[in-house]
Design a protein around this ligand. Structure first.
Ligand code: HEC
Ligand code: HEC
Ligand code: HEC
Ligand code: HEC
Length: 479
């Protein structure tokens, strides 16, 4: 039995899941040439309905279209050589690194391709992250999806193999497989671990709202489904973050399982999966400047690694005690492997509840202000999340013409907030910026900019009714 297969069984058995469509019937990838004719999705951009030029738009504009060929550029080369110096002298070794560690996320391929094998033809890489990576392998839906009655929920029934990219939850779940990482989905290992990051790969910090917005539209942006998706930026951001957190928890538990399995195998041929996996923890607990610094001004972390800070950031959601119990100092792989899937389930349920909720900008403004007021210390991560939440409020306000002026003022201040979160821009000049870290993050500057951004909503005469609750409370003054 292959390691991959045993792992899949282990994970599935462990999580108490069964493949919805049955193991034998995993749908096959058909490739995007089956979408390409001009009467299907390969039409001319700008003429006819959006679906008629989905593929043309993807080729012309989408970053995913070149995600495979990026693996032949110089940045990728540096990453690969750091992972395996022997790749410098052997194209075969080089391509096997690409196969085993890169293409599961960068190319739409079947799982077989991701094990060591022959040289990787550029034609395979040129496929990039294509249609079926997001819409699901097409074997069982290709014929059906051109029928007139191909509408509604039934398209996304598990037997069709087509993924739900329409709902907030469905779209988030589609992206996080690569933008966070995953193992169970289609039997492929997609892992952004500390090895890859230390070799120079960008750390993945997914935010559904930003990433969705930055994907060129190859679909009808005015459809009913899209309108309902776009209706609340606060919802997209909150649901996206819950799904991101659930995906990180699942990935960690799978790393723990892999560790246990490779440790037990005892075979020298099998590379031991390390534990703890450093990418599971707050980067800046370890990567921080050793200079003395005043209490809050440049605080990045207490020095005790907490579990994956990007998705757990708001301490109010997960108690400090619970966070501490997930620290690599106190956790063992068995415990993580059994605990995290349970937590992930809770967060998926939370995402479902959030997706059904109505979000009022004023309520959210009050929440942000209260939380900032209560937080004695503020790490960069926590600050970044509060910024993202306020940014979503601004976007929702901007949708109501009655709030246009406020929204515009907020937007200006928000760019100052964003600046306060940027990492040391000049990495060449000093050692501090070497780790591309927020070592110089100044929480009081951040708070000041946040208060300024919230102020227009509190003081504007033209504030719409939806902001009444907010108006009745003054903006808390921060030290
Ligand atoms: C877990 C999925 C995953 C794996 C595995 C992965 N990548 Fe990536 N990679 C991504 C994502 C997602 C991005 C986009 C990051 C962003 O902008 O948020 C990216 C970005 C990149 C970039 C920057 C691209 C650009 O346009 O600037 C390079 C270079 C890269 N990856 C190379 C590699 C190499 C080489 C490997 C294997 C050694 C690899 N990646 C493995 C998901 C992955
Ligand atoms: C990175 C993810 C991703 C990739 C890759 C991708 N899509 Fe999409 N696609 C989406 C999302 C998100 C939507 C919008 C929600 C929806 O309509 O399902 C969408 C919508 C569509 C629609 C519906 C258009 C409409 O307005 O009715 C079509 C058709 C489509 N995609 C075809 C393709 C084709 C063909 C490819 C490959 C060339 C492709 N997609 C690649 C994510 C993706
Ligand atoms: C099969 C893996 C995969 C899936 C699924 C996927 N992506 Fe990506 N995405 C990538 C990779 C790899 C890159 C890096 C491409 C590059 O820069 O060359 C990327 C890049 C991007 C970028 C450009 C980032 C930048 O820094 O410029 C955006 C935006 C993006 N993805 C959005 C999405 C959204 C939204 C979804 C879900 C609807 C999604 N992606 C699903 C793999 C994936
Ligand atoms: C528990 C401590 C710890 C955590 C947590 C941690 N790292 Fe590291 N990191 C190290 C150590 C030790 C090294 C040097 C050894 C190595 O290269 O593996 C390193 C090396 C690196 C390097 C290479 C730096 C260089 O100049 O060689 C980068 C980049 C990096 N880490 C980024 C990150 C990111 C991003 C995160 C969070 C996702 C993270 N690290 C989490 C301890 C940690």
């Amino acid at each position: 039995m292959s390691l991959q297969w045993r792992r899949t069984l282990l994970i599935l058995g462990f999580a108490g899941l069964v493949f919805a469509s049955g193991q034998a019937a995993e749908p096959m990838l058909l490739g995007n040439q089956s979408c390409a004719t001009s009467t299907c999705h390969g039409g001319v951009i700008g003429s006819g309905p959006a679906w008629n030029h989905s593929l043309s738009t993807w080729i012309a504009k989408d970053p995913h279209a070149r995600a495979g060929l990026v693996l032949r550029d110089n940045d990728s080369r540096q990453i690969v050589l750091r992972l395996n110096p022997a790749a410098a002298d052997s194209d075969d070794v080089f391509d096997n690194v690409l196969r085993e560690r890169c293409i599961s996320c960068h190319v739409t391929v079947a799982a077989e391709e991701t094990t060591a094998g022959e040289k990787l033809p550029n034609a395979v890489l040129a496929a990039g992250v294509s249609c079926e990576s997001c819409h699901g392998a097409a074997e069982f839906w290709l014929d059906e999806h051109v029928q007139v009655d191909w509408q509604g929920e039934k398209r996304f029934a598990s037997a069709t193999g087509m993924r739900d990219t329409e709902s907030v939850i469905g779209r988030a779940a589609t992206c996080v497989r690569c933008h966070v990482g995953s193992r169970t989905d289609d039997g492929m290992v997609r892992d952004m671990n500390h090895d890859l990051i230390a070799a120079g790969h960008p750390a993945l910090r997914f935010d559904l709202l930003f990433y969705d917005e930055n994907m060129p539209r190859h679909w009808d942006a005015s459809s009913e489904a899209e309108n309902s998706f776009q209706q609340s930026a606060i919802r997209v951001r909150d649901v996206g973050r819950s799904i991101t957190l659930a995906a990180s928890l699942e990935l960690s538990s799978q790393r723990a399982l892999d560790h246990l399995e490779t440790r037990e195998s005892g075979s020298p041929a099998i590379r031991q999966v390390p534990w703890p996996e450093l990418a599971d923890y707050d980067c800046f607990a370890c990567h921080q400047s050793l200079r003395f610094r005043p209490a809050e001004s440049t605080l990045v972390s207490s020095g005790v690694p907490i579990w994956n800070a990007w998705s757990t950031v708001r301490q109010l959601e997960i108690s400090p005690a619970a966070m501490a119990s997930l620290s690599p100092m106190t956790s063992d792989s068995e415990r993580i492997a059994s605990l995290l899937p349970v937590k992930a389930k809770e967060w998926r349920a939370k995402a479902v509840a959030l997706a059904a909720k109505d979000f009022s900008p004023s309520e959210r403004l009050n929440q942000i202000r209260d939380e900032l007021g209560q937080a004695k210390k503020l790490t960069w991560y926590e600050a970044a999340i509060q910024y993202l939440r306020l940014d979503a409020v601004q976007r929702d306000l901007a949708k109501d013409p009655g709030n246009a002026v406020i929204a515009e003022q907020m937007a200006k201040h928000l760019s100052t907030v964003e600046e306060s979160l940027r990492f040391d821009p000049d990495r060449s000049k000093n050692q501090r910026g070497r780790y591309h870290s927020p070592a110089r993050f100044d929480a009081s500057k951040f708070r000041k900019a946040m208060n300024a951004a919230m102020q227009p909503a509190a003081s504007s005469a033209s504030t719409a009714r939806s902001l009444q609750i907010f108006l009745s409370r003054s903006v808390a003054s921060q030290p």
